[in-house]
Design a protein around this ligand. Structure first.
Ligand code: ZN
Length: 684
């Protein structure tokens, strides 16, 4: 619930300091010495990220990072299987074809197969990582049969007695029939969201059965409720709804055991006693699947704030489940960016001031905003649901009572954000979509800083702000919870961005920074973000629904006062803000209402707000934006390949250093991971 996902379109023009890693470039470099983009296909651009300051870490810190990094990669198969039950079977088939297909590889059809393979690797399955729609191969079913039959049978994931042709025929409808398993997550109104979603969290059960089951487990009077269902698959056994936990010896056990092995090594070289205990709890959780242990672990993890190396490893985010209960597996390893953390320290140092002056109803303010630890970090490794598509910021843990009692950790992923910024500069995007030259100039000068501050405010205090009314069910908002939660954090950031306090605290030199932030938000929410959606489709993704709802709501509420003007010039639509102060007031009013909805669990009001402002797209505008965007030839989504870490060992095998190489071949890394981190059996 608490991630800022990579938005495809970054308009920041900030230029980070670039140092060399001595790689050669086969395309024109975006910087003189480091080419960020390593691959490009369909709507995806794959980048790599740098590890600034890694050399300056101590040998012990590097060793710790190395073990945690291996643990972050070992759960890859889990996510594939969670996304869709046939994903591993499909991936292994693709890997076998790539490794051994004996036919002609210099054809358009084979190229279409490679593109399909790249898309599947990127999405960790056959459904688009962002839209959740199944994508259909750009080659024929007959060709698929030819590919599989022409590959080495010993590499194919065949079951007892199965032929290559049999496997291909079994997979063909799964890959090619657009109506079969069409959506990984289906949150359309009026459908049984469990039955119509293709994800693998539930089998043979209906939404009503699942809801009844979890209702029977939850106790609304429990001040410290467990995250019921977080780490289980729900199935029916002898007519009864039961859960199968993910744990050692249970579902996903073989992959979990590998994660545990690396976590044990990490534990032995942890950077403090409390971090050692914390890892001990995580290991115990993986062994038992006990959610009580998971909460104990999260309390410790949230309280361990001052360490130079940190990580995320577990079943964390619930975007992949239409009911928001089941978490996908993910891993991240990171280390602190000391200089950049100064900015967020100022923000968190004033967290109580922000809370006390917030425009929300005073009864829903937190008397004490606790432990909003924030730091700017650099990512050292991405795994599971954070790879290759990475978030820009993370705020965890997700459990509400832990956030209240133990606090939460917020991070901005500096090296990931920098890579995106650098690649997007000079893309021609602003020239096409900004209202006028003044807006472009403002963006060039200030958008980088306003983006960073928006992320900081959103993550460090936005999500941490506010509280529920006594007795409110934290799950009352159901499928609207995620977009509403993102709205709350975004509105908090937008409201305070324009506050004189920001300049007073030395966070921005002038109000121009905030104006650039407003320009960007409105332009994106009203116009440009829909370029990521195919014609005829609705907005589905939580962060996109959030931005659309906010932008359209303030547009409508400020319409009489002409706060935001939408104009057409030569057939092109533009938006411009005519009164920034009035817009700020509208953001404040909306924040108040969204906080009320959350605090009171007002499902109907939340649903109406999202459905009325955040879901539907004007058809003509959509076609226009897509056409204008296509001319720019940009990829709307991006993700990252990881660096390659090689430990250097000294006497007695002790790791004395970790050598970093930047991978420049996306498919190489995918195939390498397929060999190295493949621990789960395939399902036929
Ligand atoms: Zn968020």
């Amino acid at each position: 619930m608490k991630k800022i996902l990579l938005t495809g379109i970054v308009v920041s023009m900030g230029i980070a300091l670039i140092t060399s890693c001595g790689q050669t470039a086969d395309k024109p470099a975006l910087s003189e010495e480091f080419t960020y983009e390593v691959d490009r296909f369909e709507d995806i651009s794959v980048l790599k990220y740098r590890l600034p300051g890694f050399d300056k870490l101590s040998a012990g810190e590097k060793e710790f990072i190395y073990y945690l990094s291996e643990a972050a990669l070992c759960g890859r198969d889990i996510l594939w299987d969670q996304n869709f039950r046939y994903n591993l079977l499909i991936r292994k088939t693709i890997e076998a074809v790539m490794a051994s297909y004996a036919g002609d590889r210099d054809t358009d059809e084979f190229k279409a197969f490679i593109t399909y393979a790249k898309r599947v690797f990127f999405a960790n399955g056959i459904h688009h990582h962002y839209s959740n729609d199944k994508f259909i191969p750009g080659f024929s079913e007959e060709y698929f049969l030819q590919l599989v039959s022409g590959s080495d049978g010993s590499l194919l994931p065949l079951k007892e007695g199965e032929t290559a042709g049999g496997l291909a025929s079994m997979l063909a409808p799964i890959l090619f029939d657009p109506s079969l398993y069409a959506k990984k997550v289906d949150q359309s109104e009026g459908v049984d969201m469990i039955v119509s979603s293709a994800n693998n969290f539930y089998e043979g059960v209906t939404q009503a059965e699942v809801e009844a089951y979890y209702l029977s487990l939850s106790d609304p009077s429990d001040p410290r409720p467990l995250s019921w269902g977080l780490n289980t698959k729900v199935v029916k056994k002898d007519g009864k709804v039961v859960e199968i936990p993910y744990r050692s010896g249970g579902l996903y056990g073989p992959a979990i055991d590998q994660i545990v092995m690396w976590l044990e090594k990490a534990r032995d070289v942890a950077l403090s006693e409390s971090q050692k205990k914390e890892l001990e709890l995580l290991i115990s959780f993986y062994k038992t699947g006990d959610l009580k242990t998971w909460d104990e672990y999260n309390v410790m993890w949230a309280e361990n704030t001052s360490l130079p190396v940190d990580y995320i490893n577990g079943f964390i985010e619930t975007y992949g489940d239409p009911l928001g209960l089941k978490a996908t597996w993910e891993g991240v390893v990171d280390y602190k960016d000391v200089e950049a953390s100064r900015r967020t320290a100022i923000i968190t140092g004033n967290a109580q001031w922000f809370e006390d002056n917030s425009p929300i109803d005073p009864q829903y303010r937190k008397e004490k905003v606790k432990g909003v630890a924030a730091s700017v970090i650099n990512v050292a490794m991405l795994g599971g649901d954070c790879y290759p598509a990475s978030p820009l910021g993370i705020n965890l843990p997700n459990s509400n009572w832990i956030r209240t009692e133990a606090g939460s950790k917020s991070v901005t992923l500096a090296n990931i954000t920098d890579a995106k910024d650098i690649v997007s500069r000079g893309s021609g995007f602003l020239e096409e979509f900004a209202y006028d030259q003044a807006e472009i100039d403002r963006a060039v000068k200030w958008a980088s800083l306003s983006d960073a501050l928006h992320t900081d405010l959103h993550e460090c205090i936005g999500h941490a702000s506010g509280k529920l009314a006594p007795g409110t069910d934290p799950n009352a908002l159901k499928n609207y919870a995620s977009p509403l939660e993102e709205m709350r954090a975004d509105l908090f950031a937008l409201y305070y961005m324009m506050d004189p306090k920001m300049t007073e605290l030395g966070l921005m030199p002038s109000g121009e920074t905030a104006k650039a932030g407003y320009d960007n938000y409105i332009r994106n929410g009203l116009l440009t973000q829909i370029v990521r959606i195919r014609p005829g489709k609705d907005i589905e993704q939580a962060h996109m629904r959030c931005r659309s709802t906010i932008a359209h709501w303030v547009f409508e509420k400020g319409f009489a006062d002409n706060v935001i003007e939408v104009v057409k010039r030569e057939g092109k639509t533009f938006a411009t803000i005519t009164d920034y102060q009035k817009l700020r007031i509208l953001f404040g009013q909306m924040l108040k209402e969204v906080q009320r909805i959350k605090s009171e669990g007002d499902f109907e009001a939340g649903k109406n707000m999202i459905e009325n402002y955040g879901v539907k797209i004007d058809k003509d505008l959509h076609m226009e934006m897509l056409a204008r965007y296509e001319k720019l030839n940009l990829a709307p989504y991006s993700g990252f390949v990881n660096p390659v870490m090689t430990p250097v060992t000294g006497k007695k095998g002790k790791i004395t250093d970790v050598h970093i190489e930047y991978c420049s071949d996306y498919l190489d890394q995918m195939l390498e991971y397929g060999k190295k981190y493949s621990f789960l059996p395939v399902v036929h």
